[in-house]
Design a protein around this ligand. Structure first.
Ligand code: COA
Length: 333
């Protein structure tokens, strides 16, 4: 196997759309603050019966159907999430069951926070290389509305729910698909974005509930600085190493955490915003789901041979950049 080609996308959004105006009725914020400081106008929240796994299943079914493949063709399933319905079993096992993927193949979740989809592609590639098989499902899915403190204005306006899925194919062709990947971690970032309770160190108790310790905690200003510098540096590095520049980069696909971060990454590459995939205004930050949801939204504009640079940054800190040469024209619907 030489390369990993992306061959179809799928996506799913939950039923409830929440506007900035709606949030401003429950916390001290405003549409003006959220729009100018983040770029977000609406986000989707799961309703009863919806969760990260139901969204993952819907997105994966669509990617499979668009690819024209059968469940038996799928050699492995990797699901990136930090908001799985349960600590165990995994979302990937639920996808395996719901889609009828063969039992004698691996399916697992990974947690690399907002960089999860990029890590997931690398895991899928590794599994296809070591275990064999031609096709893998890589999914990013989140139900972050269930992890946010609805009373904390500094986080509750930022996140949304959704899932994106991509079918990837192991190929002997070199000049298509994933060309280069840089994946990084920086544990210095641990205190700035995390959940204080709910794991095995600080399991749920009356104390943790009373002190609202089960919600996502973020020091936004610090995370912002690291996100700008790390995403800008790593995209500049991957561009330079692969002979890419403002003239031959067709699309930048950045993690959607804040429009000002997206602007900074694009400026560093000197790439105009009409070559940058942006859907933060409609979905907010959907963590591991953001990059496949961008692809799902923009697929119809992509052409075979386009040079795409993905970049992400998330809790940990984790971050990375991946260079992909796109493999087909338009959308597979
Ligand atoms: N509405 C109104 N005011 C708000 C607010 C809201 N929703 N959230 C915060 N504020 C206030 C703060 O309380 C602060 O007030 P103060 O100066 O009186 O203390 C003021 O706005 C500025 O806060 P600050 O945190 O400096 O704002 P910011 O410009 O950094 O924007 C974030 C906050 C969270 C939008 C921004 O820091 C961010 O996007 N961080 C990075 C997120 C990220 O990249 N995550 C990646 C991994 S998911």
């Amino acid at each position: 196997m030489k390369g990993l080609r992306l061959i179809a996308t799928g996506g799913a959004l939950p039923g409830r759309t929440v506007t900035n105006e709606e949030l401003s009725r429950t916390v001290d914020t405003s549409d003006e603050w959220i729009t100018t400081r983040t770029g977000i106008r609406t986000r989707h929240y799961c309703t009863e019966g919806e969760n990260a796994a139901t969204l993952a299943i819907a997105a994966a079914k669509q990617a499979l159907q668009r690819s024209g493949l059968a469940p038996a063709d799928i050699a492995c399933c990797v699901c990136a999430t930090l908001s799985a319905p349960d600590a165990t079993p995994s979302v990937a096992c639920q996808v395996q069951a719901a889609l009828g993927l063969p039992e004698n193949r691996p399916a697992l979740d990974i947690n690399a926070a907002c960089s999860g989809f990029l890590y997931g592609m690398a895991v899928a590639r590794g599994m296809l290389t070591t275990l064999g098989g031609q096709y893998a499902l890589v999914i990013g899915c989140e139900a972050l509305s269930r992890l946010m403190d609805p009373a904390d204005r500094s986080t509750c306006v930022l996140f949304g729910d959704g899932a994106g899925a991509v079918l990837v194919e192991a190929t002997e062709e070199e000049n298509v698909g994933v060309q280069n990947s840089y994946l990084r971690t920086d544990g210095q970032g641990l205190p700035f974005l995390h959940m204080k309770a709910g794991g095995s160190v600080c399991p749920p108790s009356h104390f943790t509930v009373d002190h609202r310790l089960h919600y996502l905690y973020q020091e936004g200003r610090t995370v912002f600085k690291y996100a700008v510098s790390n995403m800008s540096d790593i995209t500049a590095t991957i561009a330079e190493k692969n002979g890419l520049n403002k003239d031959n980069i067709d699309w930048v696909i950045p993690h959607q955490a804040n429009l000002r971060i997206i602007d900074a990454v694009a400026s560093r590459l000197e790439v105009p915003l009409d070559k940058v995939m942006i859907n933060i205004q409609r979905y907010g930050n959907t963590s591991g789901a953001t990059l496949p949801l961008c692809l799902w939204d923009y697929e119809k504009q992509l052409k075979k041979g386009d040079n795409l640079i993905f970049t992400a940054f998330g809790a940990g800190f984790t971050y990375g950049a991946v260079y992909v040469k796109w493999g087909y024209d338009g959308s597979k619907r």
